[in-house]
Design a protein around this ligand. Structure first.
Ligand SMILES: [Zn+2]
Length: 399
């Protein structure tokens, strides 16, 4: 069995390079923990595939040995660094991958219980919230985490939204309906454990003991019954896939609904600097200015995205689940002054800052202190007039 795990060789090179240059005192614990995390991540993939290190290509085997050796070191034997300048501290939050595995495991084993779905949603939300709090404290973003952790965060943040957890449970039931009979007919007496996993190219079937594990890409959360029927059929005819079936299978994988789910999960953790830079204005630059002026520079940067027309009267949104601000691309125009985009972004950042507090028993989207804070911007009212004009004579509510 030939197995490839991308990134091992690169990770080992980085570790070797760092060892050559020495590790500064303040970073030693993190360096060792990082190496251990890399080893653990590889072990987990191997374990998931029912494989061992010897199944990897030789360069990966060597790289794995390098990582293991580094992870086994102790702070006192690490070579000292002659530079003292702290670079960017790597962000680590242990246990994220395990937390996601536990949630997906619950959805795979007790998929029907409404209580389970709700519990998974709440637990995922709590995990995502914890990650955001740690990131805010470190003034970092989840995209700074090692990729397996970042992806796990993305999936947890996605599951934190009730409609998403419900969608997951529904699609799980649908997938089981089509795939379970086929897969268990080929492996009688086993139990099928099916999960949808972040990433595009996930598709792994493995047997261990009585357990049959099937991992499908989250793209399948957008699958129709006919797509699962095709997949089931593909398992039956895997040795000689009929061309028409193969074509349908590929068409689903390239389809927009499937890509949209993959993107939705990815966007919850991937850095989006390129989206922040519009044709005229850069949201990243505007954010830094606002952060310094109105939040004492303490706000962790959310995802900042320019997007074409939200709706005619809406110029910005903030999604807490994704920690994401979207600003309408109509404002990314040399004919519209920059302070208009700045004020809209400011408004959305205030949503991030204040959340949706309860005032006198009511959930208030724009509580009084929110509005006061907003007016600290000297051009806020002027910007409101611009937006009203842009919305073709209608007042533009910013929520
Ligand atoms: Zn609002």
């Amino acid at each position: 069995m030939a197995i490839r795990i991308s990134g091992i060789v690169r990770a080992a090179r980085t570790v070797q390079g760092r060892l050559q240059h020495g590790i500064p005192e303040w970073e030693r614990t993190a360096f060792l923990a990082d190496a251990a995390e890399q080893v653990r991540a590889i072990d987990m993939v191997l374990d998931d595939l029912g494989a061992c290190v010897e199944d990897l290509p030789v360069p990966s085997q060597r790289a794995y040995a390098v990582l293991r050796a580094a992870a086994a070191m102790t702070p006192d034997v690490l070579p000292l660094s002659d530079t003292t300048a702290p670079v960017v501290k790597p962000l680590r939050i242990p246990g994220l991958v395990g937390a996601l595995r536990a949630q997906l495991g619950r959805l795979a084993t007790q998929p029907d219980g409404e209580a389970t779905v709700e519990q998974v949603q709440r637990t995922s939300a709590a995990h995502a919230e914890r990650v955001r709090a740690i990131c805010a404290e470190e003034r970092a973003a989840p995209s700074g985490l090692p990729k397996p952790s970042a992806q796990a965060f993305g999936m947890l943040a996605w599951l934190a939204v009730p409609e998403n957890t419900e969608c997951y449970a529904r699609q799980h039931a649908l997938a089981m309906q089509y795939l379970e009979p086929v897969l268990l007919a080929a492996s009688p007496g086993r139990i099928l454990r099916l999960t949808f996993e972040p990433g595009r190219n996930v598709h792994a079937l493995r047997k261990r003991g009585r357990l049959l594990t099937l991992k499908l890409s989250v793209g399948y959360l957008a699958a129709a019954p006919s797509d699962f029927a095709d997949l089931a059929e593909a398992f039956v005819q895997r040795d000689a896939l009929p061309p028409a079936l193969g074509a349908r299978y590929r068409a689903f994988h390239g389809s927009e609904p499937s890509a949209a789910v993959i993107r939705a999960v990815d966007e919850l953790w991937r850095p989006s600097a390129e989206q922040a830079g519009g044709r005229t204005y850069n949201l990243d630059v505007i954010f830094r200015r606002l952060n310094a002026a109105y939040f004492e520079g303490r706000m962790a940067r959310p995802q900042l995205v320019w997007e074409a027309s939200l709706s005619s009267r809406r110029f910005g949104t903030y999604t807490a689940a994704g920690d994401r601000v979207v600003i309408d691309a109509r404002l990314d125009d040399p004919a519209v002054p920059e302070f208009v985009a700045e004020c809209v972004l400011f408004h959305e950042l205030l949503h991030k800052h204040y959340g949706t507090p309860e005032v006198a028993g009511r959930r208030r989207v724009h509580p009084p202190h929110f509005k006061q804070h907003e007016l600290e911007h000297p051009r806020f009212e002027e910007s409101e007039r611009w937006l009203a004009a842009l919305a073709a004579g209608e007042r533009a509510p910013l929520d």
